[in-house]
Design a protein. Structure first.
Length: 363
């Protein structure tokens, strides 16, 4: 009995010693991951967008952990070789099976981020549906459409099929109307130019798009500085076109007008004049309702961009003869923007949690 107790420590040591390299590797992986998480937390606290780096780091750590554990477990070399062969076979099968989906979308995501043809908050028209980009992921792009629904589009589709992008920095807003051949084009163009001016669009112009069988198709266009108000401005432009044409005595009854009533040929189909009532300014209301998630994502990215610019100012070496940067003012602005960014991220997180709970209740 005493001999058994005496030999127990040496037996345990001889049994556990071969596993020591594996334990060291696992401990080292845990320590490295904790350090990486601290680094990511610090970057996130300073306003950096680390979603993709964090996801990539997790994937890399898992793959590295599997390889190192297999390399250090106490088995004979033949079995270790078979395990590596099995891992290689499984990886090859996964890549082969998902090459047209997961891997394809992953590579397409990297391509889209490299080209950087659109950002969060930009309007994008894909398959004749207009929406705003609310999120860009590794495998898909999330678009919030004009009915406030979230549409998920795989990255691979955006690479393979054409799409139109409206930059948030400005765009041309257009609306079309068909008028009869009895309307002098100069009168129509003058009325439409007044409508563009009343919509507060810049560089307005009118085009004759088509000479149809029964009507002439006109397009009124102007430059909109704030593209975030695209939907509201399009509606406003159409309303101003109606008002301008009616004020000019031009009736809109084409391309085909069928009426079973007997009308006086001199009677124009124009609404009666109402007492003038100032219009309420509802600028941006439609966008705030329809594209709430896209608006929040766009605001977060805008704050991140400003923070990055301010940090670059602090870290830049002053040039000879250039005016010295007020570092205290820059730091104060940086602190203010960081607080705004944290509040915006918290708001976006709460909205996402609401959507998740709502989806769960519907299920």
């Amino acid at each position: 009995m005493e001999e058994t107790l005496t030999s127990l420590p040496s037996t345990l040591a001889s049994a556990l010693l071969p596993w020591l390299p594996t334990a060291i590797v696992m401990g080292a992986l845990v320590i490295v991951w904790l350090v990486v998480r601290r680094v990511f937390a610090a970057q996130k606290a300073h306003g950096a967008d680390i979603r993709y780096r964090e996801q990539g780091s997790r994937l890399a750590m898992r793959l590295l952990g599997i390889v190192l554990i297999v390399a250090t477990i106490p088995v004979d070399n033949d079995l270790r070789g078979q395990l590596f062969s099995l891992i290689g076979l499984l990886a090859s099968a996964a890549i082969a099976l998902s090459s047209t989906s997961v891997m394809g979308n992953l590579m397409a995501g990297f391509m889209l981020r490299t080209v950087n043809s659109f950002r969060a908050g930009d309007y994008i028209e894909f398959r004749n549906e207009l929406g705003r980009v609310s999120q860009r992921g590794l495998l898909h792009v999330e678009i919030q459409n004009e009915t406030s629904e979230l549409v998920t589009v795989p990255n691979l589709l955006l690479v393979q099929e054409p799409y139109n992008v409206v930059r948030a920095s400005g765009t041309v807003v257009s609306a079309e109307v068909s008028l009869g051949y009895d309307v002098d084009r100069r009168d129509a163009e003058a009325a439409l130019l007044r409508a563009i001016e009343n919509t507060e669009l810049g560089n307005g112009f009118v085009q004759i798009r088509e000479l149809g069988d029964f009507s002439v198709l006109y397009r009124a266009s102007g430059w909109l500085e704030e593209a975030g108000l695209l939907v509201s401005t399009r509606s406003k432009l159409r309303g101003k076109m109606l008002d301008a044409l009616h004020d000019a005595g031009i009736e809109i009854v084409s391309p085909n007008f069928m009426n079973q009533r007997v009308l006086d040929p001199a009677e124009a189909i124009i609404p009666l004049k109402r007492r003038f009532v100032p219009e309420r300014d509802e600028t941006g209301h439609a966008e705030e309702v329809l594209f709430n998630k896209a608006e929040m994502t766009s605001a977060v990215e805008a704050l991140e961009s400003k923070i990055k610019s301010l940090k670059a100012q602090l870290n830049a070496e002053p040039e000879e003869g250039a005016e010295e940067v007020d570092r205290d003012a820059v730091k104060a602005e940086l602190s203010k923007l960081t607080e705004e960014l944290e509040a915006a991220r918290l708001l976006a997180k709460n909205e996402a949690e609401k959507d998740r709970l709502a989806s769960k209740e519907e299920e």
